[in-house]
Every structure is written in C-alpha cells, then in structure tokens.
Design a protein around this ligand. Sequence first.
Ligand code: GLV
Length: 387
Amino acid sequence: MPVITCIDDLKRLHARRTPRMFYDYAESGSYTEQTFRENVTDFEKIRLRQKVAVDMSNRSIAGEMIGTPVTMPVALAPVGLTGMQSADGEIKAARAAEKFGVPFTLSTMSICSIEDVAAQTTAPFWFQLYVMRDEDFVDRVIDRARAAGCSALVLTLDLQILGQRHKDLKNGLSAPPKLTIPNILNMMTKPEWCLGMLGTRRRSFGNIVGHAKGVGDLSSLSSWTAEQFDPQLDWKKIARIRDRWGGKLILKGVLDVEDAQRAADFGADAIVVSNHGGRQLDGALSSIRMLPSIVRAVKGKTEIWLDSGIRSGQDVLKALALGADGTMIGRSYIYGLGAMGEAGVTTALEVIRKELDTTMALCGERDIRNLGPHNLLVPKDFEGDWA
Ligand code: GLV
C-alpha cells in the first residue's frame, strides 16, 4: 500500500494506473490551459496568517450545504466519464462520499446511471443537469432524478458548447475506448483497470444511451455536446427547468458579478463560482480571483460555493475565509478514484480533512464558521485592476 500524504500522490498513481485517454481527459484545460493552471497558482498567491497561544482544542469543521449537514463543506463535483477512471466509478465515489458525510453529485455525462447509483447507495445524492435540445429528454431525466430521491439539481450553465481540449482530440476520447492498436497497447499496461472494466456492464453514457434521440456517435462526448446540448439555454429556460424540478436548485458555472446577482435574484439556493476547472473559456480569471467580488455582491442572498483549483484542505480554507459558504472538488477526488477506486476517494477526502483541520488550528481557529479574511494575507493586487 503506497503512503499517500497529499492529493499529488494520488494524481501520480492515477496517471500510472488509468489509461492515458481518461487521465488526460481529467487533467486537461481548454486551448492554452492558462485558466486551468491559474486556478491552482492563484490559490498559492494567498498566504495564511499564523496565530499562536490560542486554545485549539475541540475543533469543528462540520457545517451545512443548502441545509444538508456535512462533515466538512466539500462536496464532490459532477465529473463526466467518472466510470471510465475506474469500473463503476460513480458508484464508488458516491459510496465514499456517503460514508464520509459529504454530498456526491452525479453528472449527466456519467457512466453509471441515476438509477444505478441510487440502487447502490442510501444517502440522497445531487444530480447535475446538462440541458439538451430535446425537451422531452430533459423532462424525463429531471423526473428520473426526482424518482431516484436526488435532493438537489445542479444546473451547469457554462457548457452549452464544449471548450476544445487538445489532448482529447489527439487521444480520440470515447466511452468505451475504441479498440485501436495504440489504445490496446496502453490498456495492456493497466491490468487492474482492464479487469475492473471486464467485470462491469457499465461502459457507456448510462444516463443517456437509450434515452436521448438523434446522436451520431454514441460513445463520443464531443458528438453528444455538439448534437444534443441546447445552445439557446437562457434564463427563461432555466425558469422552466426550476419549475419542472421543484426542489433545491444550484446554479453552477457563475464567474461574473452580474450573473451572480441575476442568479441570486432568480432564487438559486446556491451558486457555484466556477470556470469548469479551466475546461471551458480559456482566458477567464480563476475562480478564487473572482470570488471576492462575487461575495461582495451576493453574500447572504444565496449560498456561494467555489470550485476549480482546489487541491488541498488549505485551498478549501482559503476559499471559505474569502467568503465562500462551501466548496466542490472534482479532480482531487478523481485522482483518488483512478489511483485506488473507492478507497482512493476516501483517501482524498481524508487528506483534505486533515489539511483543513490542521491549518485551521495553526491559524488560531476552532470553528470553521469563524474563518474570515482575518485569517489570510491577500496580495493587494490579487483581484487585479481590469478595464
Ligand atoms: C464535461 O463536463 C467536461 O468538462 O468534459
């Protein structure tokens, strides 16, 4: 059993144990990957304020996200093709999240279906919706999520067309992978992954194959998005979806103050300040850089969560201290899943919990709810002076 001390250890194992095409899918940003990189490096610019000689006993990092008790305010973000990182990956991740006491979000573009995950877990999970042109499909998938007991709908707003990730094109990304000579040679070096995949029947987009009409190549994410995703998604359509769903609604992919105000006025239960992990609009600012202005605009009107760039418990702490009410992680748990399956997701969560708790203590805080800008040293030009 390898000694895992940080999320980067899991990332290295993920790269070794999972076929190249799927590791690359996770580890990509669009175009030049500037935003993908800056999501991480901007966290590094923020420093922590050390406090000593304060009682650090009886610490608590527990909280709530949209009224759901969480052992730490870190939810698992929706990630497409999770069941290709490890066989039945969505079920494994959902189980790890349930045991740990944090929410799991199932992507529309998952391999295991809503019904598969519901049958294999007991805690309600959240369902992430991509809005397709086919309104019938959208209505049916919302009804399926409700029937499966999903407790929130996470509506992603920043991927109606797919940002180009060069590696996916070069690798010929598909689910399942095409049996070309390079893919076969690569898969032969990943025997555990192959065994897992041979042992499951879940190898394509479980939520949509057999449910959506009119798609050319069923195995290709780029065909799905190009042929099916609705480029006309606007606030009117969002309202239609809210009314059809009727439950808690989280709007994900908000990176602009005006959009955040609109989402808060709309009545979203939470917004996720996110640039989709740098996978969509390359050249956008990092989520952590945009957070302070969004907090000034809508704090208290809706819950503000942040994703994109979180690779440690210290990053979680920085986001919360800057005013986020919660966070989501994507790659950090996917590395764990690709490295060691369900145990790897649990390890990723444990790593983050320990880093968060230790850092909070060394910052002189005992309760995560008391974190604030007073715990940070933020460069004066952090937000930037943009015209
Ligand atoms: C899908 O959500 C993706 O970013 O690939």
